[in-house]
Design a protein around this ligand. Structure first.
Ligand SMILES: NC(=O)c1ccc[n+]([C@@H]2O[C@H](COP(=O)([O-])OP(=O)(O)OC[C@H]3O[C@@H](n4cnc5c(N)ncnc54)[C@H](OP(=O)(O)O)[C@@H]3O)[C@@H](O)[C@H]2O)c1
Length: 323
């Protein structure tokens, strides 16, 4: 029988258990996927810890790639043997799984399953943030928090390819060098530097039209101080915990700011949106504008150790769970 990681109760990394699972045959509109790799993402930590509630027990993981084994009735977009990937439907930490066919996309020849598992969620998130939530243009200067992380390294490269100037925060000097090598013109080590003052210095007091903040509690309020009048605060994650609530009037006081809290799944909800987003990502990777290097690999059964390293800020770029 195939194996999967299962969670029976929310908690620390040791609640991730390696178990045999029954997969079953695909139903109407579904495919059975033999996975070759699953992606590791910070949202997996929120699901595991209970910050984002799930019905128990469940298989975590929202990203993976592999080969279609069998298809159910009414599936037209893929056939057995196709190489595919996805981001979204939970259940990714598994050797095999069922998934709705309209949530998978075919992989171009030049993109491996491991690369795909390391980039679908983070890459489509970067596409959402830079191309849709706040369309970044050549000449813009933007702030990306956690710039050496999974989403961060892709955002740095994508924004630089557009011709924007990227300011990025990172936890260590080594991460600063890594972010710089991926297109971040101004890495700021926010564990020892005041990033609000640095942004003011870099922009000669002009400040920014947009801040992309996935760190949450530790950075949220200071991020507002990096924005120019009518700038956009994009809060898209909680790596340090969820931000404290704020009164709407604070946005007025800080310069009639806009605030949005996007989640990828609302931006790839239709088949057309999913294909557009994945297509743009594949194009950026296939043309070499974005390099997705898998920086950490763990066997799927060692998912708990992968979680510990992610939460301890020891990972950079993408991490995958191999099968
Ligand atoms: N809204 C959406 O649809 C969406 C989609 C995908 C991802 N996200 C969010 O994007 C963020 C990045 O995701 P990712 O998977 O690519 O993770 P990641 O950036 O590779 O890892 C998180 C990074 O956050 C930084 N961080 C700052 N304070 C931290 C703390 N107290 N604990 C742990 N990490 C801390 C660390 O970098 P430094 O050491 O450099 O500070 C850490 O490496 C997450 O917040 C995730 O939830 C949101």
């Amino acid at each position: 029988m195939p194996h999967a990681i299962r969670i029976h109760q929310a908690g620390k990394a040791d609640v991730l258990e390696w178990e045999e699972v029954e997969v079953g045959e695909p139903g109407l509109g579904q495919v059975r996927l033999r996975q070759e790799a699953a992606g590791l993402n910070f949202i997996d930590v929120y699901h595991r810890s209970g910050l984002y509630k799930q019905k128990m027990p469940f298989t975590p993981g929202v990203e993976g790639a592999g080969v279609v084994e069998t298809v159910g009735a009414d599936v037209v977009n893929v056939k057995p043997g196709d190489r595919v990937a996805y981001a979204g439907p939970i259940g990714g930490y598994a050797e095999q799984r069922l998934i709705d066919a309209d949530r998978v996309v075919k992989l171009p020849d030049g993109i491996s399953a491991e690369q795909a598992a390391g980039m679908m969620l983070q890459g489509m998130t970067a596409q959402m943030l830079l191309r849709s939530v706040f369309p970044v243009h050549e000449g813009d200067t933007i702030l990306v928090h956690a710039a050496a992380g999974g989403v961060g390294l892709i955002m740095c490269q994508w924004a630089a390819a557009i011709g924007a100037t990227v300011i990025g925060t990172v936890g260590t000097q080594a991460k600063a060098e890594l972010a710089r090598a991926h297109g971040c013109a101004h890495p700021i080590v926010y564990s020892r530097q005041n990033f609000v003052a640095e942004v003011s210095k870099i922009t000669a007091g002009q400040k920014l039209p947009v801040v992309y903040d996935s760190v949450g509690r530790d950075t949220f309020l200071k991020s507002l101080d990096c924005l120019k009048v009518r700038g956009l605060m994009v809060s898209f994650g909680n790596a340090s915990g969820p931000p404290e609530p704020i009164p709407p009037n604070l946005l007025a006081q800080k310069g009639s700011l806009y605030l949005t809290r996007p989640t990828l799944f609302h931006y790839i909800a239709t088949r057309e949106q999913l294909e557009q987003s994945a297509g743009e990502l594949f194009e950026m990777v296939s043309t070499g504008k974005i390099k997705v290097e898998v920086k950490q690999r763990f066997a799927l059964k060692d998912a708990a150790e992968a979680h510990r390293q992610l939460e301890a800020r020891k990972t950079t770029g993408s991490t995958i769970l191999t099968i």
